[in-house]
Design a binder for this molecule. Structure first.
Ligand code: PLP
Length: 365
């Protein structure tokens, strides 16, 4: 066998499988997507094009262009987030990979609330670490007893994600303080994936960032979601200088540097007001929640653009198959969880698709 041991247990993402099926069907109702349905704002496109014409097309420094690093640090510090330095990475995906590379030794455990974004599990595996999950059902809040139950002397990192993919849940200040207390007591590092930070619908749209509470935090953020730049591949990781320095060194060998023109657009993006875009998503959230709440057991999402109801008979995979027969594409919860009872529905879609999706979902109960 030519393939490495490392890739033997890696399967293609279950999310991709659904995307690929949806592409082959005529007129699907596609509520499976993990990216916003709006395009990159015109001003940002123009900035990227302008930088191409000006010849900004070569390698950039491995840590990212200095003016962008500076601006991200300013953005984070304004929000009270502890960070000594920042690295620009090819999306949060690239940032997580570099962070795991510089932190994990073989067998080190990364504790992750379940349900979780699929990529975490596989990146930890690929780097020889062990993902360990703790349960957050049925309301998807972080519970201290569940967290403490899975800690061991191999635990090195707690990884949280708020607003959350796939549940849409936003963690409260109390939950974050609990995690900070446990992490401080056990001297653990916390990775906080806040890629959906602007997609926050309640509490005046103000997010509690984990880095406000604990200095040994790596804050992950990016430009994919807030400005619809998923294909441009820009994100960042901020935190303690020693860790960021190592990630910059690692980036020289892994990615070299990040897309030059996309960094120029990202520089402008941080000043770009996204309130209208987010308000549109708040309305979509209300539409889908109100459309499902009397028929499904479902937690109201406070952020991101996902809702994660329980399948009526507790069989998420079977429910997704029945939805597919009606050309509705959603993702089985088993892709994101040790449990298979729920389904992920994305409301990053136009209103007609959302309304049609609600109608189909209701007809299946
Ligand atoms: N983190 C979460 C929670 C996500 O949902 C996604 C994308 O769906 C990512 C990270 C990946 O982001 P990026 O495009 O910056 O690599």
């Amino acid at each position: 066998m030519v393939l490495s041991e490392r890739v033997r247990n890696v399967r293609p993402s279950g999310v991709r499988k659904i995307f690929d099926m949806a592409r082959k069907v005529k007129d699907p109702v596609d509520l499976s997507l993990g990216e916003p349905d709006f395009d990159v704002p015109l001003a940002l496109k123009e900035e990227a094009i302008r930088s191409i014409h000006l010849g900004f097309n070569k390698y950039t420094p491995s840590g990212g262009i200095p003016e962008l690093r500076e601006k991200i640090l300013h953005y984070l510090r304004l929000r009270g987030i502890a960070c000594e330095d920042v690295i620009v990475t090819p999306g949060v995906t690239g940032g997580l990979l570099l962070a795991f590379m510089v932190i994990l030794n073989p067998g080190d455990e990364v504790v992750i609330p379940d349900p979780y974004f699929v990529l975490y599990e596989y990146q930890v595996f690929l780097l020889g670490g062990a993902p360990v999950f703790f349960d957050t059902y049925p309301d998807f809040t972080l519970k201290e007893t569940e967290l403490r139950r899975v800690l061991s002397d191999r635990t090195k990192v707690i990884l949280i994600n708020s607003p959350n993919n796939p549940t849409g849940v936003v963690y409260s200040r109390d939950e974050l303080e609990m995690v900070a207390r446990v992490a401080r007591e056990k001297q653990l590092l916390v990775f906080s994936d806040e890629i959906y930070d602007r997609f926050t619908y309640d509490g005046g749209g103000v997010l509690n960032y984990f880095g406000q509470l604990y200095e040994h935090t790596l804050t992950f953020g990016g430009f994919s979601k807030d400005w619809g730049m998923t294909g441009w591949r820009v994100g960042f990781v901020a935190g303690p200088k020693a860790i960021i320095d190592s990630m910059v060194t690692m980036q020289q060998y892994v990615f070299s540097s990040v897309n030059s023109t996309a960094q120029k657009a990202a520089l402008l993006a941080l000043d770009y007001n996204t309130d209208d875009l987010i308000e549109g998503y708040r309305q979509k959230r209300d539409l889908v929640y109100e459309g499902l709440r009397d028929k499904f057991r479902v937690v109201k999402p406070g952020g991101a653009y996902y809702i994660f109801p329980e399948a009526p008979d507790g069989d998420g995979d079977g429910f997704v198959e029945r939805a597919l027969e009606k050309k509705l594409f959603i993702i089985p919860g088993s892709v994101f969880s040790r449990r298979g009872s729920h389904v992920r529905i994305s409301f990053a879609a136009g209103e007609p698709a959302i309304l049609k999706g609600i109608e189909i979902l209701r007809s299946l109960v």
